[in-house]
Design a protein around this ligand. Structure first.
Ligand code: FES
Length: 585
């Protein structure tokens, strides 16, 4: 049957995809012919926008295992609006299974997304993510290519339920396993609980890193307004995905907005303030810093402290509070928080979003349907100052962070004896012995768990407490490390110490018996050891060997930036754009 469509004859002749499908001769023949083998009719080559759907589905990433349904919904929307959808797999990072840490691979995923977008005949992309690192991985890659892009997350799981009570993923893992170690729960109790905690598709349903980054993407303007909190099994999420498919076609036809037009300094300031209002994960500090680096927006560690200083905590969600993402959604979700912050002058409502409107107009009129879950600025869950504190001092010259809302108020000013561990394995083995020389007043110090040291900066900073102290009723201690903490974790935990020990930071020089002074109000973390003594210890310090001689781990070790710079690779900072590469002749 003759082909009724002249390839590349439509209005989209100038699009990237036209340089594959709209060219005459052998090149166009070759590009179209192989795509036709997938069974598409020839109209797909008439110059319409070609939309990539980057799908981080994997059965090794349980939080993303349902993204296939979302991809189908996106395709519906793309077809409806006259686009041509092409789905492709993106590297998937499962927080619960990957070793040594999913964070080791965030930049690899970002590279893969970036290069796949640039190397293929795509005019725009819908990014499907869910689990912790998949959202920033997608945003990093898309920001560096700067094609029109919308990020749709897979949504949080339904609330966990066990023995008549809510359970929060992550948060209750820490709590229940500590209860078992304290002798208050049996192994059988725990096995029963593990079947009840994660009841549906979706990512962790506390305000952990996945929920935080979904909210950050929405606050930045990169995700549809109101989408972050929709539970994964809710049909509303499929509707959001379908709308995203329609909207990305409109964006391509209109020539934008592109990520660089959305991810402005204003957008990042909005996101930082929003993170304080939702009690979001400390991991947002690292991911937002890295994303800002891709679009050339200067972001300092202190910005997270300074910008959040007058923002109260509005959301009462675990791990800091009582409720779960399903409750947050019932209450109206992030638009309620954003509307409150716009009203209070804390979020700039003029910032652009992928919805095609300003964030202020998108959230206007939003109100909390459950005031016990999402509060107003006038009656917050906690007053301003409960967000992320950025500490400085001779123990962390390039900074460290402490989540105030997750800490014990009485420990925020603390002076104690350091008890130092060189590895998490050494620590975990030690704390099970009842004769271990650790008191509740001591300061637990873990090192070699940073970006280079582990490698991949795992979420081990909220060290479990020694078994004997747990049985004595101790619930918190000051803990300091160059590691990260799960967004679902809690405690008086100083994280992201920079430079890390493996990079020669002062953390490498601490010895058991030294005195450490934490003063959160003064934003200070000091090691009470003289400069002369530290210089002597430094002279004797031996840098660690790389953890691998080849492959990704070696590349990562050689090029990863420290936590205060977002843990990007030094050669990935910045953008390279969407210029079509030379032809594969
Ligand atoms: Fe995937 Fe928590 S393990 S979001």
């Amino acid at each position: 049957m003759p082909d009724p469509v002249v390839p590349g004859s439509g209005a989209g002749r100038a699009r990237r995809s036209a340089q594959w499908f709209g060219v005459p001769g052998r090149s166009g023949f070759l590009h179209r012919s192989w795509v036709r083998a997938e069974g598409f009719t020839p109209e797909v080559f008439d110059g319409r926008p070609v939309i990539g759907i980057a799908n981080s589905f994997s059965e090794l990433t349980p939080c993303n295992s349902h993204l296939g349904r979302l991809a189908e919904a996106v395709k519906r929307g793309v077809w409806q609006s006259g686009g041509f959808p092409l789905e492709f797999p993106a590297m998937s990072l499962g927080e619960s299974l990957m070793r040594p840490s999913a964070m080791l691979y965030r930049n690899l995923m970002a590279m893969e997304v970036e290069e796949t977008l640039r190397a293929n005949p795509l005019d725009g992309v819908v990014l499907l993510s869910g689990c912790d690192k998949t959202t920033p991985g997608m945003l990093l890659g898309a920001a560096s290519v700067d094609l029109p892009a919308i990020l749709v997350t897979g949504g949080p799981m339904l609330r966990g339920r066990w023995r008549g009570e809510d359970m929060g993923s992550g948060t209750d893992v820490w709590r229940l396993t500590e209860e078992q170690r304290a002798g208050r729960f049996t192994t059988e109790d725990l096995i029963e609980a593990e079947t009840c905690m994660n009841r549906s598709n979706g990512h962790c349903m506390t305000m952990g890193t996945a929920s935080t980054m979904a909210c950050m993407s929405e606050a930045l303007g990169m995700s549809p307004t109101g989408s972050a909190s929709i539970p994964a099994p809710d049909a509303g999420r499929l509707r959001v995905a379908q709308r995203a498919g329609q909207r990305i076609v409109e964006m391509v036809v209109a020539g934008g907005p592109r990520p660089s037009e959305i991810l402005t300094r204003t957008a990042f300031e909005n996101a930082i303030r929003t993170n304080a209002a939702i009690g979001g994960s400390t991991n947002a500090v690292i991911h937002l810093t890295a994303i800002a680096g891709r679009v050339g927006v200067p972001l300092e560690l202190e910005d997270f402290d300074r910008l959040a200083a007058d923002v109260p905590l509005l959301v009462d969600l675990m791990p800091s509070g009582r409720f779960l993402m399903e409750d947050f959604h019932d209450a109206g979700g992030l638009p309620v928080v954003l509307a409150e912050l716009v009203r209070a002058g804390m979020v700039d409502g003029t910032a652009r979003t992928v919805d095609g409107a300003t964030i202020g107009s998108q959230v206007e009129g939003s109100r909390s349907w459950r005031p016990e879950v999402v509060r107003s600025v006038d009656a917050p869950v906690q007053d301003a100052g409960s967000g992320t504190a950025v500490l400085r001092g001779n123990l962390c010259p390039d900074g460290a962070v402490l989540k105030i809302s997750a800490a014990t108020p009485g420990l925020l000013s603390h002076r104690g004896r350091a008890v130092v561990f060189d590895s998490i394995e050494e620590y975990l083995e030690t704390i099970e012995h009842d004769d271990v020389d650790i008191s509740a007043h001591d300061v637990l110090v873990l090192r070699n768990a940073g970006p280079r040291g582990y490698p991949g900066m795992p979420e081990v900073g909220n060290l479990p407490l020694p078994a004997r102290l747990l049985r004595e009723g101790v619930t918190d201690m000051v803990r300091i490390s160059d590691a990260r903490m799960s967004g679902t974790g809690y405690g008086t935990v100083v994280l992201h110490v920079a430079p890390e020990a493996a990079a020669g930071g002062p953390l490498a020089l601490v010895r058991t018996g030294d005195v450490v002074r934490l003063d959160a109000a003064a934003r200070s973390l000091q090691l009470e050891v003289s400069d002369e003594e530290l210089a002597e210890r430094r002279a004797a310090w031996v840098a660690p060997q790389p953890p691998a001689t080849r492959g990704w781990t070696r590349l990562y070790f050689d090029h990863v930036l420290q936590a205060d710079k977002g843990c990007d690779l030094d050669f990935l900072v910045g953008a390279s754009g969407d210029a079509v590469p030379r032809e594969n002749h």
